[in-house]
Design a protein around this ligand. Structure first.
Ligand code: ZN
Length: 500
């Protein structure tokens, strides 16, 4: 079996698509979990794009060990200098540089002739090689390029020292057989191709990113680029968890294996969704809430007789335990600890007494506690919003659309109360919080969904606020009371804004 390298770009392609600025702690949490998951390469950002990106690639390089840390650049010297500087403390640094190779990009965007593009590409790879051994070259929009030209440029960048060559379908236009044909053409016609690793980077505009990546593997690709939950530009990137489990399910079909610890997939998906504020659809392959649920009576009957009738993957393989017991206020510490262990929370990662107290608190308001609730409980554990907490909220609605809210916040131990009117209760609560915190922001988005089942389900609120210095910041809040969930999310977002 040959090794298939898993290249995660959640923090680069994923983040750039969200219009969100994740803070460094959030990026570190994702990067660390990616190491636990076992990805080979973490693309941590595009250092030349902003001082914030520079700083986060630098911090991840210093703090995160156990994977190659990669930074993206254009084929521009100062980008590469900046990237090399950001990667200086990385254990295994990689510079990912490249240029567009399709006629439309070369003529309309770059205003360069094909020869000039080759010259620029070679110069960029050579420049990057001055800093690091491991240099990946991306041929942007390769799928829409002239294959003969693609062969020429790939051969030249390998001569210049590229260790990995990325053949992206930047615009998500390919079908699997066409993509495989292009990769085969490169494999068969680039003379020095065996000295390099060929990589795929597909987008999902036609819903075929995973299929195209798998077709690429069959044609000789040995690195797959993608993101957790498939987040990314437009319709997203290749979902790494889908590629990983497709290979896991039918190894002999692909002849490759990955170094991924599949049991960490569910936890990684949850973390990325929580931090980015991008929900995972219930029907999403591998990581959706319903991915392993059997709703129809015929299916349930089959599953009870023999799991294999309707189940191609044992949910435990991706870190989703089979749920047989539902916890309630009558459950003791031992039952809680046991369930948490099954969900992947080892006892040294939390304080059982503190979690049990929160558990009882929740069980008082909600009869049955499901796994989803426990994940929320664990996420809230020890994650206080920079010394700001909500002491009290009361809302009076007058008429259909207007409301008055009184909110009391505790800021570093000091209580402050204010009231405001708004169009409905949530608007009134946000305005009251604004009057207390006085952080100028624009509310960009607000959504509310339930975490688990039943009318007592936890409300999970997400807000996105924009401020001039931090860009868009996401806040999350969870409560059995939806107004409180909204208020928590709003306070959580505002507490992440340091200077505005
Ligand atoms: Zn991309």
């Amino acid at each position: 079996m040959q090794k298939l390298y898993i290249f995660d770009t959640t923090l680069r392609d994923g983040e750039q698509s969200l219009g969100i600025t994740l803070n460094i702690n959030e990026k570190l949490a994702i990067a660390r979990q990616l190491v636990v998951l076992g990805v080979d390469i973490i693309e941590a950002g595009f250092p030349a794009s902003s001082p914030g990106d520079m700083n986060s690639v630098r911090t991840i390089s210093r703090e995160v060990k156990g994977a190659i840390i990669c930074g993206l650049t254009r084929a521009v010297e100062k980008d590469i200098d900046c990237c090399a500087e950001a990667l200086r403390e990385a254990e295994q640094p990689r510079i990912h540089t490249g240029i567009a190779v399709s006629p439309v990009h070369m003529e309309k965007k770059l205003h360069m002739s094909p020869d000039q593009v080759i010259e620029t590409a070679v110069a960029a790879v050579k420049h990057a090689k001055k800093y690091v051994h491991d240099v990946e070259f991306y041929a942007e929009d390769a799928f829409r390029s002239d294959p003969e030209f693609l062969v020429r440029i790939v051969e030249k960048v390998i001569q210049a020292g590229a260790t990995v060559v990325n053949i992206p379908d930047t615009v998500g236009y390919a079908t699997p057989w066409q993509y495989a044909e292009l990769v085969s053409f490169v494999m068969n016609n680039v003379k020095n191709i065996e000295t390099t690793i060929v990589s795929t980077h597909c987008h999902n505009d036609l819903g075929m990113a995973t299929a195209n990546s798998l077709a690429g593997i069959r044609a000789g690709v040995r690195q797959v680029e993608g993101t957790i939950n498939g987040i990314g530009e437009r319709a997203g990137n290749t979902s790494l968890e889908e590629v990983i489990m497709a290979i896991y399910s039918q190894k002999s079909l692909y002849g490759v294996e990955t170094g991924i610890n599949t049991r960490e997939i569910a936890a990684t998906s949850r973390l990325v969704s929580t931090i980015t504020g991008v929900p995972v659809p219930n029907h999403k392959a591998i990581v959706g809430a319903n991915a392993f649920m059997h709703a129809s009576g015929i299916h349930q009957d089959g599953i009870l007789k023999e799991k294999e009738t309707y189940e191609i993957i044992d949910p435990e393989i991706v870190g989703v335990p089979r749920n047989l017991i539902v916890l309630s206020a009558r459950s003791g510490r031992h039952a809680l600890k046991h369930r948490l262990e099954e969900l992947g929370y080892t006892e040294n990662r939390y304080d059982l007494e503190a979690v049990y107290k929160k558990f009882l608190d929740l069980a008082d308001r909600k009869k049955e506690i499901f796994d989803e609730d426990l994940h929320v409980l664990m996420g809230l554990n020890g994650k206080d919003a920079n010394g700001i907490s909500i002491a009290n909220i009361s809302v009076a609605t007058n008429g259909v659309s207007s409301a008055t809210a009184t909110v009391s916040l505790e800021i570093n131990g000091e209580g402050i109360t204010d009231a405001a009117c708004g169009n409905g209760p949530v608007d009134a609560v946000f305005k009251a919080i604004d009057r207390i915190l006085r952080i100028p922001v624009n509310l960009e988005d607000f959504s509310l969904n339930s975490v688990s089942r039943g009318s007592e389900a936890l409300g999970n609120a997400m807000v996105k606020v924009r401020c001039s210095e931090n860009g868009v910041v996401v806040g999350r809040g969870v409560s059995t009371d939806i107004i409180e969930a909204a208020a928590k999310a709003y306070v959580n977002a505002l507490s992440k804004i340091t200077t505005c």
